[in-house]
Design a protein around this ligand. Sequence first.
Ligand SMILES: Cc1ncc(COP(=O)(O)O)c(C=O)c1O
Length: 459
Amino acid sequence: MVQLALRKFPMKHEARAPRQDSAVRTDAYWMPFTHNRYFKRSPASRTLVRAEGAYYTAADGRRLFDCLSGLWCCPLGHAHPKIAEAVAKQLKELDYSPAFQMGHPKIFSLAERIVELAPKGMSQVFFANSGSEAVDTALKIAVAYHRARGEASRTRLIGRERGYHGVGIGGISVGGIASNRKMFAPLLVPGVDHLPHTHNPAQMAFSRGQPKWGAHLADELERIIALHDASTVAAVIVEPMQGSGGVIVPPAGYLERLRAICDRHGILLIFDEVITGFGRLGEPFGAQRFGITPDLIAFAKIVTNGTIPMGGVIVKPAIYEAFMTGPETAIELFHGYTYSGHPVAAAAAHAALDAMAEEDSFKRARELEPLLEQAVHSLRGEPGVVDIRNIGLAAAVELEPVPGPPGMRALRVFERGMEEGMLYRFTGDTIAMAPPFISTGAEIETMIEKLRAAIRTAR
Ligand SMILES: Cc1ncc(COP(=O)(O)O)c(C=O)c1O
């Protein structure tokens, strides 16, 4: 799609892009969520060979500031010595332990540490290996929970427009990004409905932190529940802050209303905290930042600082207890993964949690938040900037599309940024930033100033 469009809408920099980089053979790799053909025209600048602290090094020798902490997952910095050491040690001590009917010490203690960080009143952790698996696990637990309590009619799931919940069948069904759903329509889970998204530029463009307008949008949940009847609804799932959808911050009072409506109707509230978990919003979870305790939290990414895949679901005691019935020798939940609670991932997570505590990472994210907010909002008035959003150590700058397929303008900004040593993230025509917690103030300012220059050039 992108390549076709390039023929129709030649970009200024096209002449600079070498057709093929002979040093890198790329054909055999089908890249995820990537414009494969366009990437493979010039792979060297976008092939990363090393990482340390807040910087990547590309195959062409360029040093790149990691503006999105990998894919939202490496805020403690790359090649963290504590994590690297823990992983190396674990590989020699216990490289794998069967996940079913067996355990190992580090996963028990990790579950305990995660519960300690979670909002009060949450008590057990079920482990998976990614955000997508965590979400599908949470949805399965929610439906099975109601069945275990004798309310088997509660099967309906409610997600939200523009929500991203990974790429599992459950996750794309409750997710609200059309491009992630349309190719797979026959696979979407039936009985799913969606809340409207909360982004209304006319009412909230350039809000700093939580927009004041929009709490009433949560009342749509009442309408959806009335339509289907509460007795058919199992759970509502939302990201407390929509990350992949473009840093869409919940309006003040919105999550409170969702919580109250779910309580009124016996519906479980799931927070997908795959991005917001472990400090991105300056608190262990978005739940604490917004003062709302959901019934389940899905997490992944930062739990291991992105080093070894791990995800999971935290639940309240009533959920766990609902399954702990029947003969003690019977399996209570027919779900799990070969790599659930993998010892190497557990070792990485312990080391990451140690580092977060020693480096006071959540506090650091809170300290940097006003600086990022101030800097990013200074881009208001730059050419084509139609909205700026921020919360915690996350921000997005939305650009007015240029003629052609969506995302062309942001692609140009992204490529200009690469030339200037900045690895921004773009989705559609939005540039997202979630810098590492270890960033200095000066690095955050440079990230924004270089974005300003890229926006001015890449029109
Ligand atoms: C909120 C949210 N949920 C789920 C996922 C999926 O995680 P993964 O890519 O690890 O499967 C993501 C990934 O970005 C996410 O942002």
